[in-house]
Design a protein around this ligand. Structure first.
Ligand SMILES: C=CC1=C(C)c2cc3[nH]c(cc4nc(cc5[nH]c(cc1n2)c(C)c5CCC(=O)O)C(CCC(=O)O)=C4C)c(C)c3C=C
Ligand code: FE2
Ligand code: FE2
Length: 353
């Protein structure tokens, strides 16, 4: 459907943060996040006992302290950087751009209200989940939440969803160019550290039921499962970015961070690599986190503070974290180009509905 530009709005959707670093706010946020059945996918009662009885009480104060170590005067880095992206995209777009968060504020309903205030005749909203890769616990839950609020509010406009963009040439180019200046310095390895997932989520998401983590080297063997396979998609992003940067194979590696709980998660774990790399001769490390388009707790605290400390303590000499794309001009241009293309009728970036 082609609608007039003046009747379209854009929502950039990210994960969300607590409202403040106060322990009750962090508790509320963690409860909302971890009680999401697509994040911790156990039966409700078990999830409630585990999250409300063990994980959140045990984690909230430590999490609040971690947030305090990275918090900015204007608020959570993730929220502030998403607002900055909104402003930068808005600067180059004729249609209104708002942001929404999966957890915490502002919600998709808040974003729809703001768009409707600007244009009560809104016909279409383009929802861009700011996740390059598909995961049930990131992309899928964000989309379903935005669709639920769209239905609950009985919105009359159409909600159009942008697909995970893990191999889109514009994203790959923006990632590579945002990294390139850091490659001028001497380094032994670039570590691409992605948010981790329970391995079970990868198997559960495989629509064929017989490919992911079952076929040898599954991520390199063609399969319809790849549309839903986070591990395939992060591998593809890494290989395309490395190729664009001319990085030889022995100069890069992949790892997975932020493990939670006792289940098996994707391997290798970033913490294990950071501990062992210096002993393997990797003393000068560059690290980048392409699963996040905006810097957040997972990059600024887990990698830039705790990860650096671990690597240096384990015998490393230099550790440089490459920032997320944030408001890199090529990233802003990519978002603008995709949205303008969709408004002009190009459907290749869209989830088929
Ligand atoms: C079972 C637990 C978790 C899964 C699965 C998970 C997937 C997942 N998360 C992101 C992106 C982000 N996660 C962030 C923080 C964060 N993640 C978990 C747990 C799971 N995530 C927790 C408990 C936390 C909270 C912080 C903590 O206590 O350590 C963030 C940062 C938010 C911020 O405010 O800065 C992001 C971003 C993705 C993309 C993903 C699936 C691929
Ligand atoms: Fe997470
Ligand atoms: Fe796979």
């Amino acid at each position: 459907m082609i609608v007039s530009k003046s009747d379209v709005g854009i929502v950039l959707m990210n994960l969300g943060s607590p409202d403040s670093t106060a322990v009750p706010d962090v508790k509320r946020y963690l409860m909302e996040f971890l009680m999401d059945e697509k994040v911790i996918d156990y039966p409700y009662l078990l999830r409630w006992l585990l999250v409300g009885g063990i994980i959140v009480p045990g984690r909230a104060a430590k999490s609040a302290e971690a947030y305090r170590s990275i918090w900015w005067e204007e608020g959570s880095p993730l929220v502030v950087l998403t607002q900055q992206l909104q402003k930068a995209v808005q600067h180059d777009m004729e249609m209104p751009v708002e942001i929404a968060m999966r957890y915490g504020n502002p919600s998709p309903a808040d974003a729809y209200d703001k768009l409707l205030q600007q244009n009560p005749h809104l016909k279409e909203v383009i929802l861009l989940p700011l996740y390059p890769h598909y995961a049930m616990s990131s992309f899928e839950t964000a989309v379903e939440y935005a669709q639920l609020q769209h239905r609950k509010k009985n919105c009359k406009f159409k909600l159009t969803i942008v697909k995970p963009f893990y191999e889109e040439p514009d994203y790959i180019n923006a990632m590579a160019e945002s990294m390139r200046p850091y490659l001028q310095q001497e380094f032994d390895q670039v570590l691409f550290s992605y948010h981790g997932l329970p391995a079970r989520h990868i198997r559960k998401g495989d629509p064929t039921g017989k490919h992911c983590l079952k076929v040898e080297d599954c991520c390199h063997v063609a399969s319809p499962a790849h549309n839903f396979c986070y591990r395939h998609q992060v591998t593809r992003t890494t290989e395309l970015v490395a190729e664009k940067l001319g990085l030889p194979r022995e100069k890069w590696a992949i790892s997975f961070q932020s493990r939670l709980g006792r289940e098996e998660w994707l391997k290798p774990a970033t913490v294990d690599r950071l501990e062992h790399l210096p002993k393997e001769g990797v003393k000068k490390l560059l690290i980048v986190c392409p699963a996040f388009v905006s810097d957040c707790l997972e990059t600024l605290e887990e990698i830039a503070i705790a990860g650096k400390e671990l690597f240096i303590h384990s015998g490393g000499d230099s550790f440089t974290m490459i920032p997320c794309m944030n408001i890199h001009p090529l990233w802003v241009q990519s978002v603008v180009k995709w949205c303008k293309g969709i408004v002009a009728g190009d459907e290749k970036m869209l989830v088929k509905q």
